[in-house]
Design a binder for this molecule. Sequence first.
Ligand SMILES: Nc1nc2c(ncn2[C@@H]2O[C@H](COP(=O)(O)OP(=O)(O)OP(=O)(O)O)[C@@H](O)[C@H]2O)c(=O)[nH]1
Ligand SMILES: [Mg+2]
Length: 380
Amino acid sequence: MEEFSNGTKTGSEYRLVLLGKTGSGKSSTGNSICGEDIFGSRVSESSVTKTCQYAETCRFDQDLSIVDTPGSFDTSTSNDVIMAEVTRCLALSAPGPHIFIYVFNVLSRFTKEEEDSINQFVEKFGERVFDYMMVIFTRYDDLRRCSTPPSKYLANLSPSFKAFLSKCQYRACWFDNTLTGSEAHKQVQTLLGVIGKIVEENGNISYYTNKLYTEAEKMMKKREEEIINDEKKNKNEMSVLKIREEHIQKEKKSKEWRIRDIERRLGELEKAGKGGDGSRNFRRISRSSSEGKTMEKEVNFLCREMEKIKSNDLKMIEKQQKEIQSLKARLSKKQNKGHPRSVARRELSRRNSPLSRVICRGIVALGKHLLAGFVGLLLL
Ligand SMILES: Nc1nc2c(ncn2[C@@H]2O[C@H](COP(=O)(O)OP(=O)(O)OP(=O)(O)O)[C@@H](O)[C@H]2O)c(=O)[nH]1
Ligand SMILES: [Mg+2]
């Protein structure tokens, strides 16, 4: 399997996908992992997260990319919209997640519906998906409040959930998403330890992948290349603009110097003309003298030149400078911030972006039956 070299976005990060029933605490857990509120979360009867959400962060020297999935969809949601969401979830964690985290609220029951969805997911994605799956139990605070030790809670789980947990090789963490400060940090560090171990255990095949993820990765890579090329083009355009700007600046300086020269010369001529009344009365030297006439000619010539510089050249330069400034502003707006993969993911996190549409078409074309395995988990 292809692995990316260290230092690239997809190589050194852990990609996590949060799955689970609506209200299980996926978004809160995502926020706890990030150490800040990024994903929308609140008490609600209906599903809070309606679309696939995505965040990149670095916690305790580990780069993480986290995909928070919608808990469920409104009954009115069209199949196309659901497909678009699922494909975005997939592509956001392309070339494949290191861990699928099944988020489970300790106050809830493992329903038949949940069990069926997981089974369908495993049926389509293969049993090996369990090598990349773990459970996070949320509302650990509630468990503590009831003085229920984790061992007792686990012992009382339904046989079907126990079977699921066993397939996940009992890889689980307890999360209290109400925690803050050092305690909140500690639970994230514990989780990173568990994930690190899973990644290590999975060896060379450090993340789950299948043909859907491979296709999504191809499309993401293509977009990355376009982003890199755009960036290069932007940089070139920017350098050309800078050269033009420097050239214009030099021209402006030389014009200003010329104005100063003219003013100095006019001053000299004025003095020579002995115009004590302040006027540039060069004829005073002698109206008829050739020296006077030459001086007058020079003065007229210099005044015309100065007028032309001020009213034409400098105004033109100013106009060109403004043009360059606005072009530069436009280019720097277009300049992509961050790693090309992050830029592509940001595009993808916009539901109706061209990239989302292209990816949806490409992945759906690969087979709706495979996607159906994932869809079930988002409809819980
Ligand atoms: N006390 C307590 N409340 C929690 C914990 N985790 C989540 N909650 C609360 O549970 C509710 C649902 O949490 P969310 O994170 O929005 O759940 P979700 O799985 O993202 O829900 P959907 O977006 O609808 O799928 C919110 O009111 C959270 O504050 C926890 O560990 N302890
Ligand atoms: Mg949510």
